[in-house]
Design a protein around this ligand. Structure first.
Ligand code: GDP
Ligand code: GDP
Length: 436
């Protein structure tokens, strides 16, 4: 289960530096999530075998003091709502400021775990400075230096310990496919969810008993059994007046991490832009199944070739991961809404399928023999056999004599062949070449 950890605090206390320190040193996948006004840092890290996702809430650099305060408050409020654990950063060298106190007030109102960090403790003399923040009533502050790395081990230990306490789903719920509905604002996410849910509210069972109950809805209908991730949040959205963009980025990341298959909704009347692309690649990098839904299809003037042309054009933009289902639909008229779910189910099946070793080898070895890996520096690579690894996502080991001489184009060739031979539509697959 993913654990979302948000770094909050007023500007210039060292949030970004801490983010980099905690992720870089852990070889994390760090991504920029494209937004309209600015990009956000988001990264995965692990410590003591516990994985977590870190988000740097950043700070506004422009605006007057008043505006500024308002913005920080909004960001902290959103972070509180969305994250499981908060790291509250203050600057030990500056002591307590009015803005810090503002943040404290907001944090106090929440029930989420807060880890207080006094940053910029670059030398032993500064350790005593951290004690002042004890006044916040948030426990002993962790003295750290994001620049030197001092104290970050202890901070991570405390974090890992608290991660354990974040509720998880029951084993039964773990077995049910989880779908996340993602896309930039106004593409029709809420409308799509409503199209699925509205008619028969009693088919919808909110999952109780976890801290996440507000975020998951069970959808059991027409032979489908899914958990829709974050739909409650979607329906509540209208009430949220905060920074929509920040909210949507936080939510997208969270929903993406929690799902098996993500339904990326696009607006047929808009061009596929950097934000759409960024969400698509996040899904791919996180090894989630993907279905692309082109919504508002009712608004598009159609001629015979319109859909085909749109689809070809879109697939080009999804390169290199173009083997994904694309469904043209309308949340408004409900056209192909169920087809979208069927595509999601198919992708889930593709993602969870285990291919017997015998079948893998019978099909792939002849292909490899016909087109063996190219000789590189006169080295002859012999692939002996293939097996699927017992991982959550499709991952295949190719056992060979000289794995280091397999190049990217050949890997790509094998992946394409596998996509032709087996159904992996909508699923990122991983190939590893190992020595045998
Ligand atoms: P943010 O606005 O909270 O994200 O803060 P930044 O990470 O951008 O840091 C603000 C400034 O503080 C930068 O000049 C950093 O180099 C500096 N800084 C961050 N962490 C430390 C630290 O541990 N020690 C010192 N001396 N400076 C730091
Ligand atoms: P969200 O921000 O992604 O949740 O988007 P909403 O579901 O709130 O939809 C944004 C706007 O697009 C609303 O005015 C919807 O009525 C409209 N909309 C959503 N889906 C469709 C569709 O399939 N066709 C048309 N014509 N409008 C749609």
């Amino acid at each position: 289960m993913p654990n979302l950890v948000a770094i909050v605090g007023r500007p210039n206390v060292g949030k970004s530096t801490l983010f980099n320190r905690l992720t870089e040193s852990r070889k994390a996948i760090v991504d920029e999530v494209a937004g309209v006004t600015r990009d956000r840092h988001y990264g995965k890290a692990d410590w003591n075998a516990k994985e977590f996702t870190l988000i740097d809430t950043g700070g506004y650099i422009s605006g007057s003091e008043d505006e500024f305060e308002g913005e920080i408050r909004k960001q902290v409020e959103i972070a509180i709502r969305e994250a499981d654990i908060l790291i509250f950063v203050v600057d030990a060298t500056e002591g307590i400021t009015a803005l810090d106190e503002e943040v404290v007030k907001i944090l106090r109102r929440s029930k989420k775990k807060v880890i207080l960090v006094a940053n910029k403790v670059d030398n032993n003399e500064r350790i005593s400075l951290a004690a002042e923040f004890y006044k916040f009533g948030m426990g002993e502050p962790f003295p750290i230096s994001s620049v030197s790395g001092f104290g970050t081990g202890e901070l991570l230990d405390a974090l890992a310990e608290n991660l354990e306490k974040v509720d998880e789903m029951t084993p039964e719920e773990e077995q049910i496919p989880k779908l996340a509905i993602v896309g930039r604002p106004n593409v029709g996410k809420s409308s799509f969810v409503n199209a699925l849910l509205d008619e028969e509210r009693n088919m919808v069972t909110p999952i109780a008993g976890t801290t996440r109950d507000a975020l998951h809805t069970r959808y059991k209908r027409f032979g489908h059994d899914f958990i829709l991730v974050d739909t409650a949040g979607l329906r509540k959205k209208a009430k949220v007046k905060e920074d929509i963009e920040f909210y949507s980025v936080m939510r997208t990341i969270k929903a993406l991490e929690e799902c098996d298959v993500c339904l990326l909704i696009l607006d047929a009347t808009q061009t596929f832009d950097a934000q759409d692309k960024s969400i698509f690649h996040l899904a791919e990098k996180n090894r989630k199944g993907v279905v692309v839904l082109v919504n508002k299809w009712d608004l598009v003037e159609k001629e015979t070739q319109t859909m085909k042309e749109y689809e070809e054009n879109l697939r080009e933009k999804l390169m290199p991961f173009r083997d994904v289902p694309i469904v043209f639909m309308s949340a408004l008229t409900k056209q192909r809404v169920l087809k979208a779910l069927e595509a999601a189910k198919e992708v889930y099946d593709n993602k969870t399928r285990k291919i017997p070793t015998r079948k893998l080898n019978d099909i792939l070895l002849p292909i490899i023999q016909a087109t063996p890996p190219p000789n590189i520096k006169g080295k002859f690579v012999l692939i002996k056999f293939i097996s699927q690894l017992p991982t959550k996502n499709p991952n295949f080991a190719f056992w060979c004599n000289l794995p280091q001489y397999i190049n990217e184009p050949y890997k790509r060739f094998i992946e394409n062949q596998m996509r032709l031979q087996f159904n992996f539509t909508g699923v990122p697959i991983e190939l590893v070449f190992k020595k045998k």
